[in-house]
Design a protein around this ligand. Structure first.
Ligand SMILES: Nc1ncnc2c1ncn2[C@@H]1O[C@H](COP(=O)(O)OP(=O)(O)OP(=O)(O)O)[C@@H](O)[C@H]1O
Ligand SMILES: [Mg+2]
Length: 444
């Protein structure tokens, strides 16, 4: 059986309809995700790479058009198919303005559904080369290069936040450029002359993180023989970048929440607080809603941090950026390794574009460096092939997990998508609540 990898998201408030669509799409070998409200759909979109949205228009609590509007702004290029029982010219026009590719009127046959879905997906699957030739306006920004729609979108968001102090939460897989984005916001913005302080929350031992961040007064604890400024105070006026925020211990999360609410910090052992005025940028490659359901991350803190949400897109979902990045890295490292004129052959570049790069830009950057060291004047297929053993390209093996882990991860994802509503999660998973609790190793 041919396994199609596309992830489809079905949104309909009618459970029977959802079930039927789910069953039919699964029979066509798609992965199908179900959402019965727009909010649920948005939650799924936040953490699942979706290839096509199939949505109803009229739903209580948020219409399909609102969903399309969101997608248009945040996941441009993501195709959608409208299914509606009440077609109106006006909504059809509005949907197509918002990028909907096709329109099916209920009731429709399985054949019609299949045809509409495969047509849309076929249009999406142009060869990477074809897409590469469509160079868009922005190619580089504050040391970042790219020309994908996702890249343009990111730059657009950076432009919107760089001159104000709104709290920003950057999420994305490892190596996708989260830190680069944080630096771009700071150094291209209005407070660039003020300090930028980067803190890797995962690298500071748990016992020290509180005093590092908030500082302490003399005599606050044994060893505190003089008053010390914390990193918040050092960043005052500018930006503090809290990287790997998901690893922050609970007690420090509570303190951070107070900083966000009161805009003041209190040194450990101090009687009074000091006002601070800075921008907080947090970043993580973890799924924070999932950490919330596991009670590892405070929900109130999440909402305080998530004022502006920026997502860095995995490289495999914006392959058009690969040639540009390769050339930028060739230029940069070519000079560094004494081969300023080194170039790459077309075939070799195609191979690099075809890889999935689970380590994202960082992995590509390392690969280019290795190829420069190995190659002479040009990088050819040989150099790329030599890399093959090292590159974790399309390496399904790396993603393989024990069944139990996959199941658990998926259950947590479903729980996150339904706001931790166990009854609803059990319903979606088609298991009873007791089984759900058992699978999570919890008592009901
Ligand atoms: N658009 C880009 N253009 C040029 N270089 C990039 C781009 N995006 C990322 N990089 C480079 O890729 C590497 C990884 O980026 P960065 O450290 O910002 O990723 P990250 O998302 O913070 O990763 P992690 O989660 O592992 O900390 C860096 O060397 C960065 O310079
Ligand atoms: Mg980082």
């Amino acid at each position: 059986m041919e396994l199609k990898k596309e992830n489809l998201l079905i949104v309909d408030d009618n459970f029977d309809m959802l079930e039927v669509l789910h069953r039919n799409l699964k029979a066509m070998n798609f992965h199908a995700f179900k959402a019965s409200t727009v909010t649920e759909a948005l939650n799924i979109l936040l953490y699942t790479p979706i290839d096509l949205i199939i949505t109803d228009l009229q739903m209580p609590g948020g219409s399909g058009l609102e969903l399309l509007d969101y997608v248009n702004k945040n996941n441009p290029g993501l195709p959608s198919l409208i299914i509606t029982g009440f077609p109106s010219i006006e909504s059809a026009m509005q949907a197509s303005r918002l990028g909907a590719q096709d329109y099916l009127t209920k009731p429709f046959t399985n054949q019609e559904l299949k045809k509409a879905v495969s047509n849309i997906l076929a249009r999406q699957h142009k060869s990477p080369k074809e897409k590469v030739s469509k160079v868009s306006k922005v190619n580089s920004y504050a040391g970042m290069v790219g020309n994908s729609k996702a890249f343009e979108n990111l730059i657009d968001m950076i432009e919107r936040v760089k001159n104000n102090r709104a709290t920003v939460l950057i999420t994305g897989e490892s190596g996708t450029g989260k830190e680069l984005v944080a630096r771009a916001i700071h150094y291209s913005g209005a407070f660039a002359a003020d300090p930028f302080v980067a803190v890797n929350c995962a690298a500071i031992p748990e016992s020290l993180i509180e005093s590092e961040l908030f500082g302490y007064v003399k005599g606050a604890f044994s060893g505190a023989d003089q008053t010390r400024k914390g990193l918040f105070e050092s960043a005052n006026g500018g930006t503090i970048f809290l990287d790997e925020i998901g690893t922050m211990p609970h007690n420090v999360q509570s303190r951070l929440l107070r900083v966000l609410q009161e805009k003041e910090i209190r040194k450990i052992g101090a009687q009074n607080s000091d006002k601070i005025n800075l921008r907080i940028i947090a970043a993580t490659n973890e799924n924070l809603p999932m950490l919330i359901t596991q009670q590892k991350f405070r929900e109130d803190l999440y909402y305080r941090l998530n004022v502006v949400a920026l997502q860095t897109v995995p490289l495999r979902h914006r392959k058009v950026d690969i040639p540009l990045l390769v050339n930028a890295f060739l230029k940069k490292y070519g000079k560094e390794y004494g081969k300023p004129h080194i170039a790459i052959g077309e075939e070799a570049l195609d191979l690099l574009v075809s890889y999935s790069w689970p380590g994202n830009v960082r992995e590509l950057e390392n690969a280019v460096q290795r190829m420069i060291i190995m190659g002479n004047d040009a990088i050819g297929v040989n150099e790329v092939n030599f890399l093959q053993d090292n590159i974790r390209h399309d390496s399904i093996e790396n993603d393989l997990l024990p069944l139990q882990d996959v199941e658990r991860e998926y259950i947590l994802k479903v729980l996150a998508a339904v706001g931790n509503n166990k009854t609803k999660a059990a319903e979606i998973l088609q298991i009873n609540r007791k089984t759900l609790a058992a699978k999570l190793g919890q008592k009901l």
